[in-house]
Design a protein around this ligand. Structure first.
Ligand SMILES: O=C(O)C(=O)C[C@H](O)[C@H](O)CO
Ligand SMILES: [Mg+2]
Length: 402
């Protein structure tokens, strides 16, 4: 089965998505997600200029060889642009293989390890009481796990606080929105949020929180320790992880479970964190990490060290990634949880999908491949809109991590 053509489809049904469609001479096509929030066109160029011309004429069944060809063959390895382009090809080829064999992707990976996939939703508010109410709405909808973010008094535009209830989207402007940050104010405030959340909602719901790379390792250790009585499911991205060794200090001071990895691209970003058991959950995703072919290696390595998966699932990961992730989650033995930020109705219409949600759990569906398609005619109604992620500065103007 030979790859006959491939094309990139860029559309913006509420937000931007980059989708790769690979067609074969057998009349079967597959699609993969290549979206990189705020840097979409870099991946488009990478695919169109450097990847697609090399795919034509290859055997679409040779997923592993094509992966190795794109990874090793580029000479320049790793990075978000390269690995998203590889992921798009990889996921499209798994989709083709599933369709050709008439079987869902999870079956190709080794079959289902669970009946349904626990997901967590995003609750946020500009005050503690708003966040408490937002968590309550998720609990009422059947969620067993909820991420709670809150506006911090004195901090302009705190991370994670959306303008609507359901569709949080941080890439909100053609040029980056400037936000301000004070870790001191945040550290003094967040324990009060979780005091109140546990007071109102008790301990039957799993609570999660995202620090979004803002703290130093010592500050992260302090936060983790102060939240121990609240028994969080996880505390995420407490400090930047370029230096994996930084997590050792945090780990030595707190037993609050730690999650990291939504911006990682290969196993090399996570190797030390995993093998020294410095984290509990690895947040790497299908789209960010070279597709199914690489992510399953990461998951198998993590399993050796008791680290579980907790894949990134924000709205900038298209329904194509969501579909592929749910098949992966169905199979992966060391599954932890899946993030689920629902897409807008416009996005759902452009990407018809077999996956479903019911009261806090998802299933990938039984369609062959990953079960997600793209309606190209509809997509054409939503042209690309340049958007960038915000930046953050400390109160004295110093650039910080958003
Ligand atoms: O979903 C999360 O945990 C995030 O941190 C979301 C990110 O801010 C988002 O994916 C950036 O594009
Ligand atoms: Mg995050």
């Amino acid at each position: 089965m030979t790859i006959r053509s491939a094309k990139v489809i860029v559309c913006s049904p509420g937000r931007n998505f980059v989708t790769l469609k690979i067609e074969t001479d057998a009349g079967i096509y597959g699609i993969g997600d290549a979206t990189l929030n705020g840097r979409e066109k870099a991946v488009v160029a990478y695919l169109e200029e450097h990847v697609i011309p090399t795919l034509i004429g290859r055997d679409a069944r040779s997923i592993e060889d094509i992966w190795q060809f794109l990874y090793r063959g580029a000479y320049w390895r790793r990075g978000p642009v390269t690995m998203r382009a590889i992921a798009a090809v990889d996921v499209a080829l798994w989709d083709i293989k599933g369709k050709a064999l008439g079987t869902p992707l999870y079956d190709l990976l080794g079959g289902r390890s669970r009946d349904r996939i626990m997901v967590y939703g995003h609750a946020n508010g500009s005050t503690i009481e708003e966040t408490v109410a937002a968590v309550g709405r998720y609990v009422d909808a059947g969620y067993q796990a909820v991420r709670a973010q809150c506006g911090v008094p004195g901090v302009k535009l705190a991370y994670g606080v959306g303008r609507g209830d359901l569709y949080y989207e941080p890439a909100d402007s053609q040029l980056p929105t400037e936000t301000s940050w004070s870790t001191a104010r945040y550290l003094g405030f967040i324990p009060k949020l979780f005091d109140r959340l546990r007071e109102v909602h008790g301990f039957d719901v799993h609570l999660l929180h995202d620090g979004h790379h803002r703290m130093t390792p010592l500050e992260a250790a302090q936060l983790g320790r102060s939240l121990e009585p609240h028994r969080l499911f996880w505390l995420e991205d407490v400090t930047p992880a370029e230096n994996q060794e930084a997590f050792r200090l945090i780990r030595q001071h707190t037993v609050t479970p730690l999650a990291v990895g939504e911006i990682f691209n290969t196993i090399w970003d996570a190797k030390d964190l995993i093998q020294h058991q410095l984290i509990d959950y690895i947040r790497m995703t299908v789209v960010g990490s070279g597709g199914i072919t690489h992510l399953r290696r990461v998951a198998d390595f993590a399993a050796l060290w008791g680290v579980r998966t907790g894949a990134h699932g924000a709205t900038d990961l298209s329904p194509v990634t969501m579909g592929a992730a749910l098949h992966f989650d169905s199979w992966v033995p060391n599954f932890g949880i899946q993030e689920y930020m629902r897409h807008s109705p416009e996005t759902d219409a452009v990407f018809p999908h077999a996956y479903g949600f019911e009261r806090g759990f998802m299933t990938p569906g039984e369609a062959p491949g990953h079960g997600v398609d793209i309606d190209e005619a509809l997509a054409a109604n939503y042209p690309y809109r340049p958007m960038q992620l915000p930046v953050a500065r400390l109160e004295d103007g110093t650039m910080w991590n958003w």
